[in-house]
Design a protein around this ligand. Structure first.
Ligand code: GRG
Length: 307
């Protein structure tokens, strides 16, 4: 694969390779998640049921797949990064459950199914999110799961993940998103919101995989940059999908008065920015060989996805 614009929309053969790759990794992640969050561990079944409801409700597993693909891109084995990959999916799931709460985005549906607080209760959805976040750090710091990983390396990755999803990252971005609702937002503030509420988790997914796969400093930096740009493109496409999938009616973001890329820059400029970001993300991978092809295909998928 090359980084030229022509390669951004994936030809059928590339698309088939990506679909096969994603399916294989999705199954690997699902098996590992089943192991780390079984239906009846030694804790109240109500909360585990609520945690599992959203965890196993049909997510694409994009972030854990990025962890595994990044580990492989630097010549590592995906399994070395599997606990971090699962932890990141647990964190992503918590963020979705809390994002749907009545006091946040008040969404009744997620992935075509009733959202967590609609099936369980608002209190249970808050607890399920809290428990998923906590469980993620338990999984990452459980030495039995990491027999081949240097504990210092894992501790460093866990710390970086904490930073990326806390006030200096995802929660910070989400906070500014919420307090900016209904207000006019400067382009620089919009970039802050998108880079933190969404791109920070996607960037750290790629970065964690590269670190745990044994990548050199330069490789880790290149893959982190790739992740940051792919993550930003992901949120811009999400904003565009919110408009295109809502037909005649206002998209959910518009109804909430959210700061979105198309609202601030217009649809055409948003599309152009997506293509530019993905081209730059592909250029970040220019020093890598075919082992990084799954990462290249994932970036193109992000730009042209329809869900
Ligand atoms: C701090 C107010 C507050 C709430 C906590 C941190 C947080 C909740 C939310 C994070 C922000 C968030 C949910 C961003 C959305 C990112 C996004 C576009 C998610 C959808 O990702 P996909 O398409 O989902 O990968 P699937 O369903 O495939 O897993």
């Amino acid at each position: 694969m090359s980084a030229g614009e022509h390669s951004l929309s994936l030809p059928e053969e590339e698309m088939l390779l990506l679909t096969g790759y994603m399916q294989e990794k999705q199954e690997q992640v699902d098996r590992a998640l089943e192991e780390i969050l079984p239906p009846a561990p030694d804790c109240p079944s109500d909360i585990v049921e609520a945690m599992r409801y959203t965890l196993f409700s049909g997510g694409k597993r994009l972030r854990p797949i990025l962890v595994l693909a990044s580990a492989e891109a630097v010549g590592g084995r995906g399994e070395q990064a599997l606990p971090a990959a699962c932890a990141i999916e647990l964190i992503h799931t918590y963020s979705l459950i809390h994002d749907d709460l009545p006091s946040v985005d008040n969404d009744d549906y997620r992935r075509g199914k009733l959202s967590n607080h609609k099936v369980f209760s608002e209190a249970m959805a808050i607890f399920a999110g809290d428990a998923l976040l906590t469980h993620a750090f338990m999984v990452m710091t459980d030495a039995r799961r990491l027999p081949d990983t240097d504990p210092a390396l894992m501790l460093g990755v866990a710390g970086e993940i904490a930073r990326a999803v806390g006030v200096e990252g995802m929660v910070g971005g989400q906070t500014v998103d919420i307090i900016s609702q209904g207000r006019e937002v400067e382009p620089s503030l919009l970039d802050y919101i998108h880079s933190n509420k969404t791109a920070a988790l996607i960037r750290i997914s790629a970065r964690s995989g590269a670190i745990l796969g044994g990548g050199s400093e330069e490789e880790v930096r290149a893959i982190s940059d790739y992740g940051g740009k792919t993550g930003l493109a992901f949120q811009i496409v999400d904003d565009l999908l919110d408009i295109s999938q809502s037909g005649e009616t206002e998209g959910g973001d518009q109804q909430l008065g959210k700061a979105t890329y198309p609202a601030v820059h217009g649809v055409e400029k948003s599309r152009q920015r997506t293509v530019q970001l993905i081209e730059e993300a592909l250029a970040d991978l220019s020093g890598f060989g075919p082992a990084a092809d799954p990462l290249r295909r994932i970036a193109c998928f992000v730009a042209f996805r329809d869900h």
